[in-house]
Design a protein around this ligand. Structure first.
Ligand SMILES: Cc1ncc(COP(=O)(O)OP(=O)(O)O)c(N)n1
Ligand SMILES: Cc1nc(C(=O)O)sc1CCOP(=O)(O)O
Length: 527
C-alpha cells in the first residue's frame, strides 16, 4: 500500500529529478531535500543512464527524503523499481507499459501518471484509468531530446479541454520566468486549469534549489487561489454599468496627459508616422523600435507595447519585445493585420501568441474570424468584406476565452470582451474606414490607454500570478472611444473636405480631446 493516499496528492509543484544536472560541488540528495523544503509537493525519480541496481539505491534514498517530508515519490517508466522501493506510483510514457498492466502489477492505491501531447492521448489516459497526466512539452527544453512537437501553452489548453476530467501538470522548459504565463495561457476555453507544473532543470541545476522551489510554489499556489473569472487581472473592479465603464475609460485620458507614458510600437511601415503622431496627440510618447537587442531595456521604461505585424518585418524583435513585456508585466496590444490572408501570417501569429501572452488582441472581423478559426467573414488583403458576424458579441467573447485576453473587434460598431463582460461601442465616423491605417491607429490608442490603466493601478505587490496591472478592458474601451470621438469631431470640421484633410484633422481632434468630450459623445452598451 503506497504511503500517500492518492486523493490527497498535491500536484502543484512536481519535481522530476535529473542527477546529471546538479551543479558541480552540490549534492543530489541535498538538492532534492532543499527543493522539498522550498515547496515541492511531489517528486518523480527519473534515471535514464544508470543500471537497475544503482537506480534502486538512488530511488530508495530519494524516497526516504520524500516520505520524511510527507510527500509522494513516483518512479519514471520502471514498474520493477517502483515495486522494489515501495514507491507511491509510476509515470509512464506513450511507448511504456500500458496503464492496465502497470495497474495489475502495482499495489492497490498506486498513482499512475501518463505523458500526453495531444487531446487523444489524454482521453485514452483517462479511459485507461490514469490518475494524472503530464502534458508537454509546453516550452523548448534542453533536458531531453523530444520525440513529440512542442505544443505551447495554447496546446496545453487543448489537451486539457479533451472532454475528460483528469488532473494535469504541464512539463517542458518551465521556469520561474514563464510559470505564470504557463498557468494563465493554458486554461482551456471551458475553464479547465492545470493542477500544477513539473520541473526538472530549473530546480535540479540550481545552486539555490530551495529558493527556486519556493518561488515556483508561491506562483502556482497564488494562481490556484486567485479567482480565475477575470482574465489576467483577477481583482479588477466590477463593470456593472456602461456609464461606469465610460467614466473610468475617460478618466484615463487625464493620466495619459499627466504621465506621458512611453508607448513602444512595432508597427508596419505604412503607418509609422501617423501612429507616432496619434500617440503624441493623446499626450503620450512614442518609440518605434524594432531590434531584438534593445527590447529588454525598452520594456523597463515603456508603459505598453504594440505589436502590429502589417508588413511583417523583424519577427525576432516582435518575439523578444513580447517576452520582455510579459516579464515586466506591461500590457501588450497585438494587431494581427490581415492574419487570414496568408498561411505565413497565420504561422507567425501562432508563433507570437505561443511565445507571449497578449493583453489585448485587436482586429477587424476577418482577422478576428481567422484567429477564431471561423470562415463566416472573408478578407480581401487587409480589409474585411461582407456583412460581418451574425453574432459578433459571442465571437469576441469566445476568442477572449480561447486566447485568455481582451479581444477588440473593430468595424462600424466595435466590440470588446474579456470573456465575461462584452461591450458594444457605436461611435466613429465612416471616414475612418476611408483612410489608410485607421485600424493601426486604433491599436496605438488602445496601447496608450492600457498604459494609463497600468499606471493607475498602484498595487505595491500585485502577486506573482498577475500578468499585468490595471483594468485592461477599460484601457481598450478608452482607446476606442478616443479615436472614434475624434473622428466624429474631425469629420464635421469646416476645413475637412475629404480624406486628405480628414487625417490631420483627426490628429488635431485627438490633441484637443478631453475626458468630458469622451463621455458626452459615448455610445456604449453592455451586451
Ligand atoms: C510529469 C511528467 N510528464 C511527462 C514526463 C515524460 O515522460 P516520458 O514520456 O516517459 O518520457 P521520459 O521521462 O521517460 O523521457 C515525465 N517524465 N513526467
Ligand atoms: C522529462 C520531460 N518530459 C517532457 C515531455 O514533453 O513529455 S519534457 C521533459 C523535460 C523537462 O525538463 P525541464 O523542466 O528541464 O525543461
Amino acid at each position: 500500500m503506497p504511503f500517500i493516499p492518492k486523493h490527497s496528492v498535491d500536484y502543484s509543484l512536481y519535481l522530476v529529478t535529473g542527477r546529471d544536472l546538479v551543479p558541480p560541488g552540490h549534492d543530489y540528495y541535498h538538492t532534492v531535500e532543499e527543493a522539498v523544503k522550498g515547496g515541492v509537493t511531489i517528486v518523480q525519480i527519473r534515471e535514464k543512464k544508470c543500471d537497475t541496481g544503482e537506480f534502486i539505491a538512488v530511488a530508495q534514498k530519494t524516497k526516504e527524503i520524500c516520505h520524511r517530508h510527507g510527500i509522494p515519490i513516483i518512479v519514471n517508466d520502471r514498474i520493477d523499481v517502483a515495486l522494489a522501493i515501495g514507491a507511491d506510483g509510476v509515470h509512464l510514457g506513450q511507448t511504456d507499459m500500458p496503464v492496465s498492466i502497470a495497474r495489475s502489477l502495482l499495489p492497490e492505491g498506486s498513482i499512475i501518471g501518463v505523458s500526453c501531447n495531444t487531446p487523444g492521448h489524454s482521453q485514452k489516459a483517462r479511459e485507461d484509468g490514469a490518475d494524472y497526466i503530464g502534458i508537454g512539452a509546453v516550452w523548448g527544453t534542453q533536458t531531453k531530446q523530444l520525440t513529440e512537437p512542442i505544443i505551447g501553452v495554447r496546446g496545453v489548453g487543448e489537451v486539457l479541454d479533451s472532454g475528460v476530467e483528469i488532473k494535469a501538470v504541464a512539463i517542458g522548459g518551465i521556469t520561474t520566468g514563464n510559470v505564470s504565463r504557463t498557468l494563465h495561457g493554458s486554461v482551456s476555453v471551458h475553464g479547465k486549469a492545470l493542477e500544477g507544473v513539473a520541473v526538472v532543470s530549473e530546480i535540479m541545476a540550481s545552486t539555490t534549489p530551495q529558493q527556486v522551489a519556493r518561488r515556483l510554489f508561491e506562483i502556482v499556489h497564488g494562481y490556484k487561489l486567485a479567482p480565475r473569472k477575470h482574465l489576467q487581472n483577477p481583482f479588477r473592479t466590477p463593470l456593472d454599468s456602461s456609464q461606469n465603464i465610460v467614466n473610468a475609460a475617460a478618466s484615463l485620458l487625464s493620466i495619459i496627459r499627466k504621465s506621458s507614458p512611453l508607448i513602444h510600437q512595432i508597427t508596419n511601415n505604412v503607418v509609422v508616422n501617423q501612429s507616432a503622431n496619434a500617440t503624441l496627440a493623446l499626450g503620450a510618447s512614442p518609440i518605434m523600435a524594432t531590434a531584438a537587442a534593445e527590447m529588454q531595456d525598452l520594456s523597463q521604461v515603456s508603459g505598453a507595447l504594440l505589436v502590429n505585424f502589417g508588413t511583417i518585418g523583424d519577427v525576432e524583435g516582435m518575439l523578444e519585445a513580447g517576452r520582455c513585456a510579459n516579464a515586466t508585466r506591461k500590457p501588450i496590444v497585438f494587431d494581427p493585420v490581415a492574419v487570414g490572408a496568408t498561411q505565413h501570417r497565420r504561422t507567425i501569429a501562432n508563433e507570437l501568441m505561443n511565445a507571449w501572452q497578449a493583453t489585448v488582441i485587436k482586429g477587424n472581423a476577418a482577422e478576428i474570424g481567422a484567429l477564431a478559426d471561423s470562415t463566416e467573414v472573408q478578407s480581401r488583403g487587409v480589409d474585411s468584406v461582407g456583412e460581418g458576424f451574425a453574432d459578433p458579441a459571442s465571437m469576441v467573447k469566445a476568442l477572449a476565452r480561447k486566447e485568455r485576453c481582451i479581444v477588440v473587434m473593430s468595424g462600424p460598431v466595435d466590440y470588446v470582451s474579456d470573456g465575461e463582460t462584452t461591450v458594444k461601442l457605436s461611435n466613429g465616423h465612416e471616414l475612418l474606414g476611408r483612410i489608410t491605417g485607421s485600424g493601426c491607429m486604433l491599436g496605438t490608442c488602445i496601447a496608450t490607454f492600457c498604459a494609463a490603466s497600468n499606471l493607475l493601478d498602484t498595487t505595491d505587490d500585485p502577486g506573482p500570478f498577475r500578468l499585468v496591472k490595471g483594468d485592461m478592458i477599460i484601457g481598450a474601451v478608452g482607446g476606442i472611444l478616443a479615436l472614434n470621438a475624434a473622428s466624429e469631431y474631425a469629420a464635421v470640421r469646416q476645413d475637412v473636405r475629404g480624406t486628405g484633410t480628414f487625417l490631420p484633422a483627426l490628429i488635431d481632434e485627438l490633441y484637443g480631446m478631453t475626458p468630458e468630450k469622451l463621455v458626452s459623445n459615448a455610445k456604449v452598451e453592455l451586451c
